[in-house]
Design a protein around this ligand. Structure first.
Ligand SMILES: *Cc1c(COP(=O)(O)O)cnc(C)c1O
Length: 373
């Protein structure tokens, strides 16, 4: 049987009764859209973060888009972010009519190089969009300082960072708003698509609620600012409520898997060879993906295929090199660290229900392949 980087079936096998009970609860409730489960999840997710507001939406991409719009971002504005991210981060900026502006990431942690942000700010800059990539928070203090100096909004892309923390503060509680995805692979995942935006600001939240519901306050009401249909489904909200009670355990499970990789691979690491993820001081990592680095990445992935192990790369193509973003005008070489990483990184299997014997098989195969290189 092929081993993949992610699989939900072992988790479903242990949680099946609870998941099906959630489905039954919603289907029998008499209210299939924006009912008790969405409201309940929003309250519980806000409380989990210690913030005042949460609005559930249909996916993480739209969480980012609606949050940007709720923060006042639109055509003519610029939003500073990274190219070393999932394409949706950038698609969301594009969908508001604003222009994405990229800065490079740091070689040490693959996160936004905060030293490059000041030079990217122009009179049109409206917001900073740091991505807490792979489950580790970007450095927020320099960004907060710049935002205050230049009157910018900060939207945190938390799609990979549920429960991650930075100097004692949870991901999503350090900016003006934060967008989450509940795509099934994420640290908190639904059984389909879902997303949410959290914020402490009641006006931002009120705008978000209208934006996800055609631009209306309530059913058959007036559209003041044209909005979208971006509602979170009741059934996913109810499943997420159940899974939220286990989020701490999921994160612990991911950390235990990360420790097992460290123990099993540490002696093979070194400069110019295998590099394991580093956690910055003050950060608590949630390991959404376990991204390692090796200059001979492609050979390693190929060799592991004969061990029935299929690995992923997050992400093989930096967003600024994609065909659909050529109009932004970034040449190859514009973001050297991002481009170099894209050729060297790869992800090892990581999900809380990964069976230890499967992980040990991956470690064993990787050891064999690395020793034979
Ligand atoms: C998954 C992800 C998104 C998009 O979320 P969807 O729910 O798939 O729309 C956005 N940003 C990052 C960094 C992601 O990993």
């Amino acid at each position: 049987m092929t081993t993949y980087v992610w699989d939900y079936l072992p988790e479903y096998a242990t949680e099946r009764k609870d998941i099906l009970d959630a489905v039954e609860t919603v289907f029998g409730s008499g209210q299939l859209v924006l009912g008790k489960s969405v409201r309940g999840f929003e309250e519980e997710y806000a409380a989990w973060h210690g913030v005042r507001h949460c609005t559930g939406v249909d996916n993480g991409t739209n969480a980012l888009k609606l949050a940007l719009q709720a923060l006042g971002v639109g055509p003519g504005d610029e939003v500073i972010t990274v190219s070393n991210t999932a394409a949706p981060t950038v698609l969301a900026i594009d969908a508001t009519g604003a222009t994405p502006v990229f800065v490079d990431v740091r070689e040490s942690d693959f996160l936004i190089d905060t030293d490059q942000v000041a030079a990217a700010i122009t009179p049109r800059t409206k917001a900073l969009l740091p991505v807490h990539l792979y489950g580790q928070c970007a450095d927020m203090a320099p960004l907060t300082r710049l935002a205050e100096q230049h009157g910018l909004k900060i939207l945190e892309d938390c799609a990979q960072a549920h429960g991650a923390s930075h100097h004692g503060r949870l991901a999503g509680t350090m900016g003006d708003a934060a967008a989450f995805s509940f795509y099934p692979t994420k640290v908190l995942g639904a059984y389909g698509d879902g997303g949410a935006v959290i914020t402490d600001d009641p006006d931002t939240d009120a705008r978000l609620r209208r934006l996800r519901y055609y631009g209306m306050e309530k059913t058959y009401y007036v559209v003041e600012t044209p909005g979208h249909n971006s509602r979170l489904d009741e059934v996913h909200a109810e499943i997420l409520r159940r899974k939220l009670t286990r989020l701490d355990a999921y994160i612990e499970g991911r950390r235990a898997i990360a420790r097992r990789y460290e123990e099993g691979l540490a002696d093979l690491t070194g400069p110019g060879g295998l590099l394991l993820p580093a956690t910055n001081p003050g950060n608590e990592h949630v390991y959404y993906v376990y991204v390692v680095r090796h200059p001979r990445r492609d050979e390693i992935i190929e060799a592991l295929k004969s061990h029935d192990i299929a690995l992923n790369i997050s992400y093989p193509w930096p967003v600024h090199t994609m065909t659909g973003f050529q109009h932004l005008g970034y040449e190859r070489g514009a973001l050297p660290v991002t481009e170099r990483l894209a050729g060297e990184i790869f992800s090892l299997p990581m999900y809380p229900s990964l069976p230890p014997e499967t992980q040990d098989r991956v470690i064993g195969a990787l050891r064999e392949v690395l020793t034979a290189l």
